[in-house]
Design a protein around this ligand. Structure first.
Ligand code: HSC
Length: 660
């Protein structure tokens, strides 16, 4: 038997333990080990049942994603699932941690499922551009019905076994988190199954009833997903495969599931999404830090500024269970900030997403103050005040005076030079950027800005803290706008160039939305307000000496068209509706004529190529200057901060694949 899987016996029950860190993925050696174990169980007349359990932090978290680019090697996972399901002796899956993808399929192939209370199950394949390919689309409908299968397989969401839905997905939940208690309970379940003499329950044997409603149900889901998960092959194939569960005999539907899985696995979409998965893990690794440097613990923090960002950042800390004190200039602002935090949690309670007790616990973690002296003992301060170097200089001088010597001072600036900010303190090695994206408590991206003097220890601390806050931390170096906003500015400028050259705002936005972006570039600037960039450019160092550079923003702002909040920008807004506006188009034409730019027609394809090329070109510059460590970090930033379609892998991956 291969090493990651061990086989022991407890009387007449075998215990098959998988111990294959970090997440017990179904790699070849694990598959071989399980295959051998099921063979041994069925050959040994003294054995009557088996428990399949995992060591470490989780039950099997899925197939080994690193194997998907390589030719499959026997025993392949779908065959292994059939081997488990067809075992002549019952196999009890003892679950803990995150039971995902092929892990959940393993559990469904087993004949009884018992779980720790904190266990979560799900099919995240869709986030990798895949569908469950080892029986999941056939077994889940048989266990929990078609609507549940459609929900879980198209969303990829994880379900807590203790929830109402979760209780349908397992047979039993034990009441402690101890490994020994889980094993004991699984052995007891095995004993009961043996003693009852009942026939083995196999989900594959369940015959799904035909229902006249199914045709319209599947049509509705296809329609809904075509809008919600635009262009995503795996989602539609997942629905097709679930439909096969009611239309084809099990064996045939399994063959069809495998065919659909393979088509997805070989698609550019899945390659891109697998790249995104590993890029999001790689970005937290910093290549040139001293090996002896270790992250410090952060137990108390402060946030300066109770505006939109400050409040969002404070919520992030409270969500992670870290006490946070919010500092503002006067008590009215402090109270307004605390009220916003409470209302955020109240909304979650009213939507049934949070218990009242949890609301109270999180609100208790947040305090307010107007006194800098209240920050004397915190381990970290995140400044989220007004975006002005003068303001930040004053704040950092004050913080340096009151905070304990080893406190880390971070700025949430989106553009400003953190090196300059660090220099006003006596501890530049403890100064770092933490650039959150708005809304800070929702967006996953965190740019960790490594200033010239930031120590390795401080950098590692902030990256580790970012993960604790459930963010994706990407380390960047100092430049105007860092990696994300600097590239975004280039992209925004290119969108406006397209307008000057003859495309309309609606053409540009529709083309790029259809290509997969969450929002079009002009729609975004109308939403955030054109005056923000207009004011920022007044202080921007090294502004290009080019009269066309954001010329339209300048004209629009000076005409009072600052976007949605003024009722007009690149579009007109009436009753909450965004409308194409002739006034905007006339203004664009006049500006182009004044700048001597000839207008022409654009195809959607050319618009997309121009926009992507601008992003990629600036991305190359950012990489060449060492602002990011690796090209894939830019992908992570664009996927998680700017709505780049995940199934295109990020701009740098896309460029590599397309050969731009
Ligand atoms: C699947 O299961 C397909 C099946 O339906 C069918 C297969 C059929 C095949 C047919 C063939 C003919 N593989 O995230 P973390 C690594 S698709 C390989 O930081 P956490 C990860 O890269 C799969 N490696 O930890 C990292 O490595 P590093 C469905 C995997 O505690 C390390 O583990 N399952 C891996 O924050 C730690 O990861 C999923 O999509 C995998 N499956 O979160 C689950 N999973 O240290 C994907 C992780 O070198 N995984 N690694 O950087 C996760 O969502 C998270 O990792 C967990 C843990 C929630 C499990």
């Amino acid at each position: 038997m291969s090493e990651p899987v061990t086989f022991t016996t407890h009387g007449d029950i075998a215990v098959v333990t998988i111990d294959y860190p970090p997440v017990n993925a179904l790699s070849l050696t694990v598959r071989q080990g399980i295959d051998d174990a099921v063979g041994r169980l069925n050959q040994d007349v003294a054995l009557k049942a088996a428990v399949l359990i995992c060591a470490g932090r989780t039950f099997i978290a899925g197939a080994d994603i690193t194997e998907f680019g390589k030719p499959p090697v026997d025993p392949i996972t779908p065959d292994l699932m059939l081997t488990i399901a067809r075992s002549q002796k019952p196999i009890i899956a003892a679950l803990h941690g995150t039971v995902l993808g092929g892990g959940f399929e393993t559990a469904l192939a087993c004949h009884y499922r018992i779980a720790h209370p904190g266990t979560r199950v799900g099919f995240p394949e869709v986030t990798l551009g895949l569908l469950p390919g080892a029986g999941g689309t056939q077994l889940l409908p048989r266990l929990a019905g078609i609507p549940v299968a459609l929900d879980l397989i198209t969303s990829g969401r994880q379900v807590k076994v203790r929830s109402e839905l979760g209780r349908q997905l397992v047979d039993e939940v034990v009441d402690t988190e101890s490994h020994d208690a889980l094993l004991d309970a699984a052995l007891n379940a095995g004993r009961r199954l043996i003693d009852s003499g009942a026939a083995i329950r196999r989900l594959a044997d369940v015959v799904l009833e035909q229902d006249t409603q199914y045709a319209s149900l599947f049509a509705q889901w296809r329609d809904r997903m075509a809008k919600k998960k635009r262009g995503q092959l795996a989602v539609q194939y997942g629905i097709d495969s679930i439909e096969n569960a009611v239309q084809l005999p099990f064996d045939q539907a399994i063959i069809e599931e495998r065919r659909l899985f393979q088509a997805c696995r070989e698609s550019s979409q899945s390659r891109a999404m697998r790249h995104a998965f590993f890029a999001e893990r790689r970005c937290a690794k910093i290549e040139d830090v001293n090996e002896s440097a270790q992250p410090r613990s952060v137990e108390q923090v402060a946030v300066i500024g109770a505006g939109l960002m400050g409040v969002g950042i404070a919520i992030c800390f409270a969500n992670a269970g870290i006490p946070v004190v919010l500092l503002e200039l006067d008590q009215t602002k402090v109270d307004a900030g605390l009220d916003k935090i409470r209302s955020n949690y109240e909304r979650q309670v009213s939507r049934g997403r949070m218990e009242e007790a949890e609301l109270a616990r999180r609100c208790d973690l947040v305090a307010g103050t107007t006194e800098y002296s209240a920050l004397a003992d915190v381990d970290l301060v995140v400044e989220a005040a007004f975006e002005s170097l003068d303001v930040k200089t004053i704040i950092f001088t004050e913080l340096d005076a009151v905070c304990k010597p080893d406190a880390i001072l971070a700025s949430n600036t989106s553009y400003l030079d953190i090196d300059q900010i660090a220099q006003v303190t006596r501890r530049p090695e403890q100064v770092v950027g933490m650039h959150f994206f708005s809304p800070a408590h929702i967006m996953k991206l965190l740019e960790v800005v490594r200033a010239a003097d930031t120590s390795d220890e401080v950098l590692l601390t902030i990256v580790a803290l970012g993960k604790r806050l459930q963010k994706i931390p990407v380390t960047v170096r100092v430049c105007y706008g860092f990696a994300g906003n600097r590239i975004y500015a280039r992209y925004g400028a290119e969108a406006q160039n397209l307008l000057l050259e003859g495309a309309t705002p609606d053409q540009v936005d529709s083309a790029f939305r259809d290509w997969g972006m969450a929002m079009g570039p002009l729609q975004v600037v109308d939403l955030t307000g054109l005056e923000i960039g207009y004011k920022a450019r007044k202080h921007q160092p090294n502004l290009p000496d080019d009269p066309t550079y954001f010329a339209l923003s300048t004209v629009f702002v000076e005409e009072g068209r600052i976007g949605q909040k003024s009722g007009a920008g690149f579009y007109r807004y009436e009753d909450g509706q965004r409308l194409v506006d002739d006034g905007a188009i006339t203004l664009i034409r006049e500006t182009a004529a004044r700048l001597g730019i000839e207008q022409r027609k654009f195809s959607a394809d050319e618009i997309c190529r121009r926009l992507v090329s601008a992003i990629v070109d600036e991305g190359r510059a950012v990489l060449a200057e060492g602002i990011v460590q690796r090209a894939s970090d830019i992908d992570v930033i664009w996927l998680n901060g700017y709505g780049f379609p995940r199934y295109r892998g990020g701009p740098m991956w896309y460029a590599e694949e397309e050969g731009l």
